[in-house]
Write a protein that binds this ligand. Sequence first.
Ligand code: ADP
Length: 158
Amino acid sequence: MTTACYPGSFDPVTNGHLDVVKRATRLFDEVVVAVLENPSKRPLFTVDERVEMLRRATAEFDGVKVGTFQGLVVDFCHQVGADVIVKGLRAVTDFDYEMQMAQMNKRMGIESAFLAAKPDYTYLSSSLMREVVALGGTIDGLVPDFVIERLKEKFAKP
Ligand code: ADP
């Protein structure tokens, strides 16, 4: 039985993230999405909100769990019995950082596997989704519909 851990901020989840989760479920028996709990990063959504959106968005997928972590991803991997870290690569801009993390995590005993982002989603990031909605733009088809509603609620004027 192989378990993969897919770590990230997911603030909020995008269709690019969901594509990586879906494809990982075909490669591994179980995929544990690990939401980084890091208040110093000042996320837009609380960790509970991010977990809840991910659970809802992956409800129809087989073999997916959603958890939270603080500290080292490798410690979380040991806790949940994950053998490998899975990550999505969008462009060369992701590469340097991901390579460095993968080599350090390998040194600490956990392998990494990279999935090339789906071309339609290469330009997607949670921060871009937040920015576009905050400025009144549309992101239909780039995140689940309910996530658009949640983003609009966050940016609604009181
Ligand atoms: P971001 O805020 O940049 O979307 P996250 O920390 O939530 O980033 O992302 C977690 C992981 O998902 C990273 O490995 C990142 O490269 C990957 N990822 C993010 N967006 C996409 C996408 N559109 N397609 C494929 N992988 C992605």
